[in-house]
Design a protein around this ligand. Structure first.
Ligand SMILES: Nc1ncnc2c1ncn2[C@@H]1O[C@H](COP(=O)(O)OP(=O)(O)OP(=O)(O)O)[C@@H](O)[C@H]1O
Ligand SMILES: [Mg+2]
Length: 464
């Protein structure tokens, strides 16, 4: 099962983990500082003891031994775990533990010396002072006191432990504040969620963005863009369904009528006449369905125009014209191409571009050659523009379109009446749609000499 990532948990984790790390570091720093001060205090104490012993032995010492009185006092003044040694530079150890290490010899004016060493595996610290031997003026006495370092560590530990409850309390308070803060922050999303929840199913208008926090504005913008696309797609679909129903209803009714006619009067001539109508009506219906689908393809959302590729328009147009020449010859039409063999780069969908050209040549064939006395001529031309784009044009030498109707060409289902041909009135609308989709412009004019309709599509230069 996929678990959705929780924003709250994530934020909490991002804050809590570093917070805990900071507190752990704080604990370590506390321990180190505690140990530092414990060392200072115990070092001072060791030194005081050494100096006190120094005073004691020096007041009453012989040349190479302590007085009995000093010896007894010393036995009581030094505690169990502690060790001491009184050394004479001349006569060796006068009192105390023989096994204490000897500090490096120094002059009597030198300051105290601290040494760390191991005593039967136990870490010890030793303070040593150097004093002049009053009983023997040339001699120097070295008084050392030593103790295990355990109690220093114990003191630092005690200090650390005493701060733990406070630090734990701090963690709890900080986490509670963070939790409250995150909850409060996330509540800013509630109005947006509420608005989306309260929407009607068919409401695809953009979301109101005033209440949304700044940080979620990009998300709102993305949702709005998606809603916009959905809205356009839905409108197109509804239009397609309405168009299809409208376009197919009439020929289907005609087909039914013809079938009924043939059934009511089974004479061969009546049936044949009905079949002729059926053939014409079904061809028209098939054409209407084809044009409706072509329109839907041309209007499909941009993302589904996956086939937009850099292509050579000259090659595409030349091939398309060549493929239509036999049909034109059969109809007595002179169909020709004027333009370069290749080298007209555009970015586009070859299928849609063929559809565009097909519709223009089809119109020129159907309407341009109508009632022609001389040769019907259709010229497809392609030439570069000054702005390094290119212009595709289709020109016939037919009657053209009444000037007042020219601006309406390209409207869906618009047909200039009275030309005696059947069609759906979608061809030029498809051409306009495909041209716009390729960033091109469509111009339709009546040409004077030779007389005929001139359709031009201006493709922009390829963006660098
Ligand atoms: N070359 C032309 N010469 C004269 N009239 C034209 C020419 N091309 C188009 N027309 C007029 O413009 C109208 C619209 O053309 P369009 O291609 O959009 O629709 P259609 O040809 O009637 O139907 P469809 O192409 O969808 O089967 C046509 O009905 C016709 O009257
Ligand atoms: Mg047409």
């Amino acid at each position: 099962m996929i678990r959705n990532p929780s924003l709250r948990r994530r934020l909490l984790l991002f804050v809590a983990v570093p917070l805990l790390a900071v507190l752990v570091c704080g604990g370590i720093i506390n321990y180190v500082i505690g140990l530092h001060y414990a060392n200072k205090v115990y070092d001072r104490w060791l030194l005081d003891s050494a100096e006190a012993i120094g005073d004691l032995v020096n007041s009453d010492a012989g040349r190479n031994e302590l007085s009995d009185q000093a010896r007894i006092l010393l036995q009581f003044s030094v505690k169990e775990r502690n060790k001491f040694a009184v050394r004479s530079m001349r006569y060796g150890v006068l009192a105390g533990n023989q096994d204490l290490p000897q500090p490096s010899p120094k002059s009597r004016n030198a300051g105290p010396v601290f040494t760390n060493f191991l005593d039967h595996g136990l870490p010890m610290r030793m303070a040593s002072v150097f004093i002049a031997n009053k009983a023997d003026p040339g001699d120097v006495l070295v008084i050392s006191t030593a103790e295990t370092v355990n109690k220093r560590r114990a003191l630092a530990r005690e200090l650390l432990i005493s701060t733990v409850p406070i630090e734990l309390l701090l963690i709890v308070v900080a986490m509670a504040l963070v939790w409250l803060g995150i909850n409060h922050g996330l509540r800013a999303l509630d109005p947006l969620a509420h608005e989306i929840r309260m929407r009607e199913a068919g409401d695809l208008s953009p979301l109101r963005t005033i209440d949304a926090p700044l940080e979620v504005q990009p998300l709102v913008a993305t949702i709005d863009a998606l809603l916009g696309r959905l809205d356009r797609m839905l409108r197109q679909q509804q239009r397609f369904i309405a168009d299809a129903a409208h376009q197919l209803r009439t020929p289907l009714a005609g087909l039914r009528l013809q079938a009924e006619r043939a059934l009511a009067d089974p004479r061969p001539e009546t049936v044949r006449e009905a079949l002729v109508h059926v053939e014409r009506l079904s061809a028209g219906t098939a054409r209407a369905a084809g044009q409706l689908l072509a329109m839907a393809r041309a209007q499909a959302p941009d993302e589904s125009l996956g086939a937009a590729v850099p292509l050579d328009l000259a090659e595409l147009v030349r091939n398309e014209v060549a493929a239509r020449v036999p049909d034109a010859i059969a109809k007595g039409i002179d169909l020709g191409y004027h333009g370069p063999e290749r080298g007209m780069k555009v970015i586009g969908d070859p299928v849609l571009l063929r559809e565009l050209l097909g519709n223009l040549v089809d119109n020129a064939t159907r309407y341009g050659s109508r009632g022609h006395r001389g040769d019907a001529v259709i010229t497809v031309a392609l030439q570069p523009t000054e702005e390094s784009g290119c212009v595709l044009s289709v020109q016939d030498n037919g009657p053209g379109v009444a000037p007042e109707l020219v601006p309406r060409l390209g409207e869906r289902f618009f047909r200039a009446m009275g030309n005696g041909h059947e069609g759906t009135g979608l061809g030029l609308a498809i051409v306009r749609e495909i041209a716009e989709r390729h960033g091109a412009e469509l111009f339709i004019t009546n040409h004077i000499d030779p007389h005929g309709l001139h359709v031009e599509i201006r493709f922009p230069p390829i963006a660098a």
